[in-house]
Design a binder for this molecule. Structure first.
Ligand code: PNS
Length: 166
């Protein structure tokens, strides 16, 4: 059984993330989407909130599960018997950082390969930060996030403003 892991901050899940989840789910038997901590970011949503949004967004994808983990991705992959990490790539600018992480994860766990899925063209510009910024300023995030979680994200961001930013 092929288990793959799609890790990220998912703060919050975007339409681009859901596109990668759908496509990755077709490449493996079991896909674990795992909410993790990125030490360079100050999240707006708690890990529990991010998991709940992801679970609702991924409803109907039977081989997808959503979890959270606070340690090293390489260790988590070992615990889950996964040998594949899925990452989405939007642009060349993503590549250097992702390449570095892929090599570091492979050093930590030599059984681990990272597979990069190219973003769909319509999501090239999309990021969780852009979604939060648009929502915080009263803009329309239709199509930028999964429809099933749009209202929840809007309510939450508009209640708190943009206090998560550095
Ligand atoms: O969505 P993001 O913020 O780009 O995801 C980055 C994430 C969370 C996958 C990365 O920061 C990560 O793997 N964090 C877990 C801790 C870890 O394993 N760090 C070493 C990575 S080489």
């Amino acid at each position: 059984m092929k288990t793959a892991i799609y890790p990220g901050s998912f703060d919050p899940v975007t339409a681009g993330h859901l596109d990668i989840i759908r496509r990755a789910a077709g490449l493996c038997d079991r896909l674990i989407v795992v909410v993790m901590h990125n030490q360079a970011k100050k999240p707006a949503f708690s890990p529990e909130e991010r998991c709940a949004l992801l679970r609702r967004a991924a409803e109907g994808l039977p081989n997808v599960e959503v979890q959270m983990f606070s340690g090293l991705l390489a260790d988590y992959a070992g615990q889950q018997n996964a040998d594949t990490i899925i990452k989405g790539l939007r642009a060349v600018s993503d590549f250097e950082y992702e390449f570095q992480m892929a090599l570091a994860n492979r050093k930590l766990n030599p059984n681990l390969d990272t597979v990069f899925l190219m973003t769909s063209a319509e999501h090239m510009y999309l990021s969780s930060s852009i979604v939060k910024d648009i929502a915080a300023h009263g803009g329309d995030i239709t199509g930028l996030v999964p429809d099933s979680v749009k209202n929840e994200i809007l309510l939450r961001i508009r209640k708190d403003g943009n206090t998560w930013q550095h």
